[in-house]
Design a protein around this ligand. Structure first.
Ligand code: NPG
Length: 369
């Protein structure tokens, strides 16, 4: 396939309400979309890097730079034999930058599949038409405010609640939610905010029958997670630590986790994400699909990924209106607590160019010859 156009669209979407995690609060989502054209089709990819390097080392300006300066020139130099399945190999000499790599791979995959009239869901191996929708609830100032938010999401039909936690906002909010809403599917996400010295404190969460605790310790502390897993009953799930199928195999072998959160951006693309799924499935480790406030483009891909057979826990695959009043594709909506896997060619969603234009802050065309 030949790339005849590559463009980077920088967009900013206001959030319906501020979203606070242990690494900061945001009231809008700025991101980079990659648009490619081949002689046969157009394709879109979404880069999930955040504005600041607070979740992982990647950040938006750097992703924009690395895509334009190092990634796309390598793909262009590779020439006509380029296929989506070759991209990871072609980009391997560039160290790191998985979110940037994932975005370009997704755009090429979308174009390739559109040209072939095949859906991303079929390509990736989806086996379900609908996937259960969980929702991630940010850190709040007060517990009553949190209870109101959770009540609202449950009323909408979300089948699983994830609470963001940090030191000072953990046992009390979890206890309050459990007490108020009873036997709901509940889990917590610490985004690396604790150390192994907090093990006894985190063991207090055992009383609340959580599905899992996600990434309590720093991302490079696999042995710490293994030690913690031996000291608490709540299953330990890893997010930030899992950067490839190989690292998933290592974490599982070490006993550092018994559940894995899969985010394509964090592992360099949806094809590697599928390999993470395969490694976990082979080890009998359940996985679920993480979210990074994706627009409809990334959400379409996430929902298809979440329909693979090993995704046995509800993911952060919420409806578009969890974050956005106006998405850049037709919104994903809840259907009895589930979202539907798109079945059309490619990602199966179309970018609304008029809406996109309103939200766009810059467009950069890249040289393709
Ligand atoms: O539903 O898209 C969503 C958000 C889910 O909480 C969520 N994501 O740590 O998993 C996370 C967190 C996140 C958000 C991570 C933004 C990085 C950036």
């Amino acid at each position: 396939m030949k790339l005849s156009t590559v463009e980077l669209h920088r967009v900013r979407l206001p959030l319906v309400s501020p979203f606070r995690t242990s690494f900061g609060s945001q009231s809008s989502r700025e991101l980079v979309l990659v648009r490619v054209e081949t002689p046969d089709a157009e394709g879109w990819g979404e880069c999930v890097a955040m504005e600041e390097p607070l979740y992982s080392p990647e950040y938006l300006d750097a992703a924009h730079h690395v895509i334009s300066r190092f990634l796309v020139p390598r793909l262009v130099a590779f020439g006509d034999g380029l296929t989506a399945s070759r991209i990871a190999r072609v980009l391997e000499p560039v160290k790191g930058h998985p979110m940037a790599k994932a975005a370009i791979e997704l755009a090429v995959l979308d174009a390739e599949l559109r040209a072939a009239g095949r859906s991303f869901a079929d390509e990736i191996g989806s086996v379900h038409a609908l996937v259960p929708a969980g929702v991630s609830v940010g850190i709040m100032d007060e517990i009553p405010q949190l209870l109101d938010a959770v009540e609202g999401y449950l009323a909408q039909g979300y089948v699983r609640i994830k609470l963001k936690i940090e030191p000072g906002w953990d046992v009390a909010p979890v206890a309050a939610v459990r007490e108020r809403f009873g036997d709901i599917a509940l889990q917590v996400d610490a985004n690396t905010a604790y150390t192994l010295g907090d093990a006894r404190h985190l063991a207090r969460l055992d009383a609340f029958d959580l599905l899992l605790i996600e990434q309590p310790l720093p991302e490079d502390d696999l042995r710490g997670h293994a030690a913690l897993a031996r000291q608490i009953r709540t299953p330990v799930c890893l997010d930030e630590s899992i950067v490839s199928a190989r690292s998933a195999a290592d974490a599982i072998a070490l006993g550092a986790c018994s559940v894995v959160n899969i985010k394509a951006g964090r592992v360099g693309g949806y094809l590697e994400a599928r390999r993470v799924h395969d490694v976990c499935a082979a080890a009998g480790v359940p996985v679920w699909c993480g979210g990074m406030l994706e627009t409809g483009v990334g959400r379409a891909a996430n929902v298809a990924l979440a329909a693979l057979p090993g995704f046995t826990l509800p993911g952060d695959t919420s409806a578009s209106d969890r974050f956005y009043v106006q998405d850049i594709t037709a919104p994903f909506v809840l259907e009895q607590g589930h979202v539907r896997v798109p079945t059309g060619p490619g990602l199966g969603v179309d970018v609304d160019r008029a809406v996109l234009a309103e939200l766009t802050t810059s467009v950069m065309p890249l040289p393709v010859s």
